[in-house]
Design a protein around this ligand. Sequence first.
Ligand code: GLN
Ligand code: ZN
Length: 766
Amino acid sequence: MTTISSMLGYPYIGENREWKRSLEAFWSGNIGEEQLVDDMQKLRLVHLQKQQAAGIDKIAVGDFTFYDRMLDTAVMFGMIPERYDWQGGNVPLSTYFSMARGNDDVVACEMTKWFDTNYHYIVPEFENRKLSLTENKPLNAYREAKELLGIEGKPVLIGPYTFLKLSKGYSNNETPAFLLHLLPLYEEILKELSAEGVQWIQIDEPILSTSLNQDEMKTVQEIYKQLKTAAPELKFMLQTYFDSIEWYKETVELPVDGIGFDFVHGLQKNVSNIKTLGFPADKVLGVGIIDGRNIWRANLREKIDLVHTLSSVVPSERMWIQPSCSLQHVPVTTRSEQALEATIKNALSFADEKLHEIRSITASLNGDEEAILAEIEDSVAACQRLSELPERNREDVKTAIHNISTKDSERNLPFTKRKEAQQSAFSLPLLPTTTIGSFPQTPEIRRTRTKWRKGEITNEQYEAFIKENIQSWIDIQEEIGLDVFVHGEFERTDMVEYFGEKLDGFTFTEKAWVVSYGSRCVKPPVIYGDVAFNQPMTVKESVYAQSLTDKPVKGMLTGPVTILNWSFVRNDISLEEVANQLALALRNEVAALESAGIHMIQVDEPALREGLPLKKERWNDYLDWAVNAFRITTAAVKETTQIHTHMCYCDFNDFIDSISALDADVISIETSRSHGELVHAFNEFHYDKGIGLGVYDIHSPRVPTTDEMASIIDKGLEVLSPDQFWVNPDCGLKTRNHEETIASLHNMVSAAVQKREQLQVLQADH
Ligand code: GLN
Ligand code: ZN
């Protein structure tokens, strides 16, 4: 027996985002269903062939999707909410896509983040109705790979417990009922796979990396007992990822044939579990050592050493060498990058390069060390050269980080004192109105930026164009009667990229796209060096906007934690240290804005929550440094400078004290879609600072009425005091058009004025 190489899943978007293009062409009616299905198959086969050519022994099949794998699984089980058009039997693509995206008559299913990644999945809805297998997707994928490419694939399934836990529509005590519907379908799938002669399947249970309680673990044990009994011949690889697992002993005793662990994100704990508690002699160990979530080339020598350490417990013949998780979270190949600096390019590894890393480590374990010696040395040298880059070893940054002291994260006065000072400085009315930052990014704006980037128009022309837009929206804001203005962010494509391009320590790729949700792809900046400030980034636009009006114009920055969480980050220093570098750099920008006469500064942190670790026990550690980074960014200003922040989600009941600890004078947050829940949070926690509850949903083109928004303000005022309450939309308006935006803001201001007048009458009465 030899060590085996294995894949958990491969990115489906294609080297040139062919996947996205086909989907969008289909949605807009430019290609038909047949063409779409055909395009998708071609892409799928190319991906399988690449893995085959790389010499991977166990290739995952069934990892490809037309939209999302959780949605695929729900559809496979006929778990289609009643509001969609479906009469049983095969599920048409139109139904599938209405669940994903909604249509004129029916809203889409909810979408939320896949564990602690930036990928969003479709949330399955359980309606306590009979489920039935509409298609055996893993079996079809297996047959396709075998018949067309001669690949003996390893079908992948999302495991029942993960699927159940991530679904909604049932209460805790309905779990057994849900399982009663679900498990027979899993059994059916497994039996059919077994009858087909499939050898191994991969069952993904990332939920085992979260904090499960004892009862939950019991349920997992029962599930696997039942499934194994149904298909005793079939070999199960139970795959965990994203962190170490909680119930190690119980998990390794499950009736499965192999267990895969993440030896990147849960490295220490998983290794120590194996060393101290052992690993059963009848099971295969899936060694996930190539980082499936980051883009850095592996030091093969270190990886091989790690495998050797593990082999003191598990002989290498019982190991599968694999990535830490599916490679869908990394871009396709570094081959597409023509412009990157050589040292950096050489130190990167995307999906295709990772295939080779896995192959090489496997070869080395199988005694082929000689053959891959050069490759090992290459990898060590590439990592070494990266680590020696001057940009990664800046003394000035090191000293600045070293000199951070607690007073750097303290404002000069406590909030109550600042509040008084700011009230007299700004004399804002009750329920001040404002927006979140961006105004519509029209096609004209995007076109003009593209021209400028291509050098078709000069810097001066581009700047003049941006100024015109600022001017026109300052006029609009005056006309609408808002109290606090913004400049509109017309100069930004993306709230992270814009800053990354101007700070030291970042680089950018050409094609390193990853899926964020649906067909939406993002191309995260790469933080490869020490981050430092080198030039003012937002001052010009803010100062210009402020020069046009007597109303305060908010300066507008993206916060350190959001920049960190939405980038690919170097992995040689801690995230905390990178966050502090970012914080110090942005602190300079805040100072520059303040000394240029900008007295309200908003530092957006929409991604703060995303960084929360999977395990609750680690939340505090993260929140401590994340909150501190925000405070370092903002604390140096005068008491009369008002710091705002913005977060676009409302599920922060569980960390509202950390939100308060940011010590921002004003926060604006999304609430319009889930009002009740948020208001509830303020009953429990006394929040004293300024707060703007989003009074309308900016994701929809609908123009909300004055009354609707007035009633949301009323609800907020039940738990918050009028002198802390701000009125604003849920988020930035860049995706909306002019008319919608202006009409909605007019109504919003009317609602605020109406409420303000009522409050004044009330106060006069007292
Ligand atoms: N200031 C940003 C905007 O208005 C905030 C975006 C966000 O929260 N994602 O676009
Ligand atoms: Zn937002």
